[in-house]
Write a protein that binds this ligand. Structure first.
Ligand code: KE4
Length: 423
C-alpha cells in the first residue's frame, strides 16, 4: 500500500510524517492517505482510489480542484518568472479587487498564510490602540502564532496559559479567552481589564471546533462591546472570506469589523493570506507607519494570478453563492434527517457550504458543547465514509466544505453512504 510506504518514509524525516498535524489522521486512528491528484470535487490517492472530496484543501477549493481558469492563470504567470521580490501589477489588482468587494477593507496587505495574516492584524491592532490585551474565543483557531496558542478554557478572568510547548507565558499573558456565543463572558473580560484590550478576534462562524454558527445578535453584540470600550473588532475570515458570500461572513451577517484576515480562497490553492481594514489602522503598517511586517514572497505573482483568477470567477458567476449556499442548506438538512430517522444522537451545524455533524445529543453552540461529541463514533463514521469513497475531515473538530463542483449526484451518493453507516 503506497500510502503506508510513503508514511513510513515520511515519518523518518518529517515530524509525524506530515507538514501539518491534522493530515496525520491521528484523530481517526489510521494511516493517512497520500493524495496524488485532484480535479473538480474528486481526489485520487497514490493507490488510485477515487474519493468525493469534502476538505477541498481546508477551504481554498470553493470552485473545485484544478479549475481550468486558475491553472491557465498560474501557467501564464509562471512563464514570466516565479518571484521578483519587487512590486508587481497583480498585487495592485488583487488589493483593488479585495477593497472593491469588501466594504470594511479600505487597505490590505498580502502575506503568505492565515497565520501570518492574524499575527500581523493583531500587531496592527496593538500598534493602533497602544493596548496589549487581545480577546479570543475557546475553540476558535487563528493559526499558530504564539499569542494565539492559548490553552482553551484557561478561565475567563485568568491570564492566557500557553496551549503549546515552546510558547513563553509572556506571549500569551495578554491573550484572554472568552466563550463563543456568550457576550457576558466578553463583557466580564472588559470589566476586568478596563482600557487594556486592543481587540477582540473572532471566527464569525466557528469552523475549528467543528462548525459552530454565531447565535443571533452575537456578532452584533461584539461590535457594540468593542465600540463601547474603544477596542477593535477583528474578523478572522480565513475560512469564511469569499465563502459565505462574496463579501464573506461580514456581508452575510451584516456586521462591519475594523480588521479582517483572509487566506485560503484568496490564493486559489496557492500560499496566500491577507489582512486589511480601516485606512487609519492599516496606515500604521510599515513602511507607512511604525508597525513592522514584511515577507519575501508576499504578493507573489504566481500566487496572485491563482487568487485573482478564482476571485474573478466568484465575482462574475451569476447566483454562485445563492446556488452554493442552497446546496449546503439542502445537503445538511438531509444529513440531519437521515441521522434523526435512525435515532442517532447528533447535532448537525452548518452555514451555507460549511457544516459538520457532531455525535452528541447536545446542541453545539460553543467549544465545551462540541467536546461532548463522541469522537470514537466520528472516527468510525470517517472510516465508513472513506471506504465508501467519501473523503471527510479526519477530525471531529473540523468542517465539511462543499464546492460548486459538487454535483447533486455526488451529494446524493454521499447521503446514501451515511444511510449505510446508520443502518
Ligand atoms: P494557515 O496559517 O493554516 O494558512 O491559516 C491559519 C488559520 C487561521 N484562521 C482560521 C479561521 C483557520 O481556519 C486557519 C487554518 N485552518 C486549518 C483548518 N482548520 C488549516 C488546516 C491545517 O492546519 O492543516
Amino acid at each position: 500500500m503506497r500510502s503506508q510506504e510513503l508514511f513510513d518514509r515520511a515519518r523518518a524525516c518529517i515530524p509525524g510524517g506530515v507538514n501539518s498535524p491534522v493530515r496525520a489522521f491521528g484523530s481517526v486512528g489510521m494511516a493517512p492517505r497520500f493524495i496524488a491528484r485532484a480535479k473538480g470535487d474528486r481526489i485520487w490517492d497514490v493507490e488510485g482510489n477515487e474519493y468525493i472530496d469534502y476538505i477541498g484543501s481546508w477551504g481554498p477549493m470553493i470552485l473545485g480542484h484544478a479549475h481550468p481558469a486558475v491553472l491557465e492563470a498560474v501557467e501564464r504567470a509562471a512563464r514570466d518568472g516565479l518571484s521578483f521580490g519587487a512590486a508587481t501589477e497583480r498585487e495592485v489588482e488583487m488589493a483593488e479587487l479585495i477593497c472593491g468587494i469588501v466594504p470594511s477593507v479600505e487597505m490590505v496587505r498580502m502575506v503568505n498564510s492565515g497565520t501570518e495574516a492574524v499575527m500581523s492584524a493583531v500587531r496592527a491592532a496593538r500598534g493602533f490602540t497602544g493596548r496589549d490585551k487581545i480577546v479570543k474565543f475557546a475553540g476558535c483557531y487563528h493559526g499558530h502564532s504564539d499569542a494565539m496558542l492559548v490553552k482553551a478554557g484557561s478561565g475567563v478572568m485568568t491570564q492566557g496559559i500557553p496551549g503549546s510547548s515552546g510558547v513563553p507565558q509572556g506571549c500569551t499573558r495578554d491573550t484572554l479567552t472568552a466563550t463563543y456565543n456568550d457576550l457576558d463572558s466578553v463583557k466580564a473580560l472588559f470589566e476586568a481589564n478596563p482600557g487594556e484590550i486592543a481587540a477582540v478576534i473572532v471566527e464569525p462562524v466557528g469552523t475549528n471546533m467543528g462548525v459552530v454558527p454565531p447565535e443571533p445578535g452575537f456578532l452584533q453584540g461584539l461590535r457594540a462591546i468593542c465600540d463601547a470600550n474603544g477596542a477593535l473588532l477583528i474578523f478572522d475570515e480565513v475560512i469564511t472570506g469569499f465563502r459565505l458570500a462574496l463579501d464573506g461572513a461580514q456581508g452575510f451577517y451584516g456586521v462591519r469589523p475594523d480588521l479582517t484576515t483572509f487566506g485560503k480562497i484568496i490564493g486559489g490553492g496557492m500560499p496566500v493570506g491577507a489582512y486589511g481594514g480601516r485606512r487609519d489602522i492599516m496606515s500604521m503598517v510599515a513602511p507607512m507607519g511604525p508597525v513592522y511586517q514584511a515577507g519575501t514572497l508576499s504578493g507573489n505573482p504566481v500566487a496572485m494570478a491563482a487568487g485573482l483568477a478564482q476571485l474573478k470567477l466568484l465575482r462574475d458567476t451569476p447566483d454562485l453563492y445563492a446556488k452554493l449556499n442552497r446546496a449546503g442548506d439542502e445537503f445538511f438538512a438531509a444529513l440531519d434527517g437521515i441521522l434523526s430517522d435512525a435515532g442517532v444522537p447528533h447535532c448537525v451545524n452548518h452555514v451555507g457550504s460549511l457544516g459538520c455533524v457532531f455525535f452528541t445529543p447536545e446542541k453545539v453552540g460553543n467549544y465545551a458543547e462540541a467536546q461532548t461529541s463522541d469522537t470514537g463514533r466520528y472516527a468510525a463514521y470517517f472510516k465508513h465514509m472513506l471506504g465508501s469513497g467519501i473523503y471527510l475531515a479526519p477530525s471531529q473538530f473540523e468542517a465539511m466544505f462543499l464546492s460548486t463542483a459538487h454535483t447533486p449526484e455526488d451529494l446524493r451518493r454521499t447521503l446514501d453512504a451515511v444511510r449505510e453507516f446508520v443502518k
